[in-house]
Design a protein around this ligand. Sequence first.
Ligand code: F0G
Length: 463
Amino acid sequence: MAVKYIPEPFRIKMVETIKMLTREERIKKIKEANYNLFNLRGADVYIDLLTDSGTNAMSDKQWAGIMRGDEAYAGASSYYKLLEAGKDIFHYGYIQPVHQGRAAEKVLFPLVLSEGKFAISNMFFDTTRAHVILSGARPIDCVIEAAKHPFKRCKFKGNMDIEKLEKIILEKGPENIGIVVMTITNNSAGGQPVSMENIKKTSEICKKYNIIFDIDAARYAENAYFIKRDEEGYQDKSIKEIVQEVFSYADMFTMSAKKDTIVNMGGLIGVKDGNSPLILKIKAACISFEGFFTYGGLSGRDLEALAIGLYEGLDEDYLKYRNGQMEYLASRLDDAGIAYQAPIGGHGPFIDAKAMFPQIPYNEFPGQVLAIELYIEAGIRSCDIGSYMLGNDPDTGKQLHADFEFTRLAIPRRVYTQSHFDIMADAIIAVRDRADKIKRGYKITWEPPILRHFQASLEPIEK
Ligand code: F0G
């Protein structure tokens, strides 16, 4: 039985019209897009679940803040407002705005990584992995084994494998590990949360071997909600208190603010030690790549909206409703026997496309097959989180075989309502019901050397 949908703790003040094309039109559009959903025009999509990044609805307070944004080149009041919010929430000595998450990675990673070095994470997201490689180093994923089994329901499935982490550090030599990155929630593993205990243990290992511990904090508020809900001893703590404890274990954070901070553009770098020699280097790199360090590639109005969004993202009524949407959709999938990374994570279902299309091998991209079918079925845009996204080995050029083949339906914040969720569930079920008729997947006819999934062209493989 579907669980009860938790009503929105807000009402709608502004609307944006969406339109569904006919099935024939959608078949034509996806072909014209070379079977790459990133090539579709937004207007040709009915429910856009390509990403939950920058697609969120801002509040009346944030829009009001936009009008108050101070556009001074240096030292704008909106910068100081953001700085104070950042210091208040994270208790960090230095907060650097940047234009988005990958800018934080581009600024920070070359300062701590270079050829011959390694970066270890519970799981790198695609841009994070790319910036490790671009800095000359190599990324190593170290998620717990349970994450690789979508059917295995367990709490905190995004955790770092602590034993493996220490083993890799000793194998490669602690002096060769430039950084350990804890991604919360663990996006590539299905938006799965990481426990406080796991964050603490990872921090202890980093301290033991004198390695920088960085939090990739894109979905830190959703992660804190899971800790409050599921980890013993946190039920009576506020989300803010949980966030403060999480960040107390790290040395720094890189954040895409386009997710849990509920803005359309923005990112942050945080450094705990306000006297760290890294801060001057971060400021210098920022000036070269992003803009003067008091605006970091953002308008004053963006800084203002970000400062407000940092608090709104921590609101418990909002987080409960947000999580309720996921639980509602998950229960509809459970009722229909659809396999997904279970239990459902923080920002949407990751459907197990390998289970839905057992006849399609990893190198014909089952996750992409399902994404294309969902577009044809109901105008829903989702994306592959599997071998298609993972790409080729940077050293051998060979297609990598991902641990899982997911299709991610990433849910924007405060945007879609219960009826949209029913359309999502109905479409997934309809595709599953005809899945055995789809015999083959796709081949890549053109791809760029890095982050290929954004731009590649594909073609259906004929039977
Ligand atoms: N880290 C994580 C965990 C992310 O999910 C993302 C982006 C980034 C870093 C990079 O941030 O986009 O602001 O430059 N994830 C988006 C997604 C794109 O669809 O999951 P960005």
